[in-house]
Ligand binder design. Structure first.
Ligand SMILES: C[S@@+](CC[C@H](N)C(=O)[O-])C[C@H]1O[C@@H](n2cnc3c(N)ncnc32)[C@H](O)[C@@H]1O
Length: 507
């Protein structure tokens, strides 16, 4: 975010509104301003002005979820400043940009001592009342920016957005490197290698859907799991234990839905793990997050893993780095000030991370993790998990692999349900409930996980048949004779089939 990006990479997350002005001319300036303000934040992380200024730029650039995060940080800093105004019986005073406190000259030998972010400066001779007015003015402004980005306010502290790839994301966080694939393949070998035999039954490969990347997608980075040898139907492939899960039930009275305010799962360990420190009790998150508990616990668990494993940037953590970083044309979603910002930030502070001074934990990083988690998670009525190896399997509406949840609810058993030949890709059904539905209904449902139409063999085949049928009808032909329908089986023209219309299609 501290380096200007190409205007062509700009993809706002806020859905368009009728009153939106054309930003083409202003875009280069806004992008430069964003980079400059981010650098200022590195230098003055406790200065509420800096956060507020960037919140305004992010509002103009139409990133409401990030603008809310910055405005809220300005508010938190203002609150802290106000609470400390009365402290020290007037011995402390605010620096001129308010990001630091200074000891009054008469109390400090040698002059003002800079206490917080190390910024020097000459304090004015402001009275406490004047200082309080300055801070409350700033606080009101930050609050206006915050609620201006929460389109559901005042009914709810929620806004609308559509997860997109943030244009400032570094290349190594966008594309998964060979080292990461090697780590995944070691895990596959460890999980699938049979006793006394070291070779893996399957492995991760690039170009999972072929080498002709479509729609500007980076096809080498589309990963999939491939079998390394001929194997018969029923072969048990592996157990994959989730390293992170959110437990969403049962609620009070045994209900399987953890309603807002519900106590959640009856398992005293969930959502903690036996290896967790008592201090890192994620039940706190579960209690506070209400209906969002599953997603937010998963996010907080990821952050805990980063802390435990000493990883400086969360997107470098192998559990997070391997998750699909693709978010094109996703449906519009709601974000919540409490669940997506306040809880993760409080959790980070609990983990000892300075959310103001550590740019690795900027708000966009939290949303990036959440988007990846959404793209790669599986759930049953009670659990919401991200399983490291399972997350690398692609979906097919005619799968050759089946998966079942273990007794502990977080371990998956993965087995073949067809004979497969060496080199074949392994596919699972992401949502078996729609197996018997039409092409349109299946694709519609699959948008929960896929950023585009399903490209599995069954959908491709059925879409081609539909194209052939509609062109036969258009040409006035009967029963497809002379339409070449048979030739289109398996054709790559399937993508011309009529698509369901989603709100973001009008972007
Ligand atoms: C759980 S991940 C599977 C691994 C993923 N291909 C990767 O590169 O990490 C789910 C993502 O894979 C892609 N995908 C999986 N199955 C697909 C399908 N049938 N059609 C199109 N994309 C698919 C989508 O990008 C989806 O968001």
């Amino acid at each position: 975010m501290d380096t200007p990006f190409a205007t062509t990479d700009w993809q706002p997350t806020r859905p368009p509104e009728p009153e939106d002005v054309d930003l083409t001319d202003r875009l280069p300036t806004l992008i430069t301003t964003l980079a400059a303000q981010t650098k200022t934040l590195y230098a003055h992380p406790y200065d509420p002005h800096s956060w507020l200024h960037r919140a305004k730029t992010l509002t103009e650039l139409r990133y409401p979820e990030l603008a809310v995060g910055d405005a809220h940080k300005a508010l938190l800093l203002c609150r802290t400043l106000l609470s400390r105004l009365g402290e020290g019986e007037g011995r402390w005073e605010l620096g001129h940009r308010m990001g630091f406190w200074m000891m009054r000259d008469e109390d400090c030998e040698g002059g003002g001592e800079v206490l917080e972010d190390g910024v020097g400066g000459v304090s004015g001779d402001e009275k406490a009342g004047e200082q309080e007015r300055r801070i409350t003015d700033l606080q009101s402004e930050a609050w206006r920016v915050e609620v201006g980005n929460l389109c559901k306010f005042p009914e709810a502290e929620e806004g609308r957005f559509s997860p997109r790839r943030y244009p400032w994301m570094r290349a190594e966080h966008r594309v998964r490197g060979d080292a990461l694939l090697a780590v995944s393949n070691e895990e596959f070998a460890a999980r699938t290698g049979r006793r006394g035999r070291r070779s893996a039954l399957c492995e991760v490969r690039r170009h999972a859907f072929g080498k002709s990347g479509t729609d500007g997608r980076d096809s080498p980075d589309i990963l999939g799991v491939f079998v390394t040898q001929d194997l018969p139907d029923g072969t048990f492939l592996m157990l994959d234990r989730s390293k992170t899960w959110g437990c969403i039930g049962p609620g009070p009275g045994g209900s399987v839905v953890n309603l807002r305010g519900g106590d959640g799962c009856a398992n005293p360990l969930h959502p903690n793990m036996a290896s967790d420190d008592a201090a890192d009790d994620l039940r706190w998150v579960r209690g506070r997050a209400g209906v969002y508990a599953a997603d937010i616990i998963t996010l907080c668990r990821f952050l805990l893993c980063c802390k435990k494993d000493g990883v400086a940037h969360p997107l470098d953590h192998p559990l997070i780095a391997r998750l699909t970083p693709l978010y094109r044309r996703q449906k519009v979603r709601l974000f919540s000030l409490e669940a997506d910002f306040a809880i993760p930030v409080a959790w980070l502070q609990h983990l000892g991370i300075d959310v103001f001074a550590d740019p690795n934990y900027d708000t966009w990083v939290l949303f990036e993790i959440k988007a990846r988690e959404n793209n790669n998670s599986w759930s049953d009525p009670l659990h919401h998990c991200v399983s490291p190896l399972f997350s690398l399997f692609n979906h097919s509406c005619e799968p050759n692999v089946t998966w079942n949840t273990g007794k502990d609810c977080v371990t998956l058993g993965i087995a073949l349900q067809k004979d497969v030949k060496a080199g074949e890709q392994l596919f699972v059904f992401y949502d078996q409930y729609v197996e018997d539905q039409s092409l349109e209904k299946r694709r519609d449902r699959m948008w929960r996980w896929l950023e585009d139409d399903c490209r599995c063999s069954r959908c491709v085949r059925e879409a081609a048949i539909e194209v052939a049928r509609s062109s036969a009808v258009r040409d006035g032909g009967v029963g497809g004779s002379g339409s070449g329908g048979g030739d289109e089986k398996g054709s790559l023209d399937w993508d011309t089939a009529e698509k369901p219309v989603f709100p973001e299609d009008s972007w």
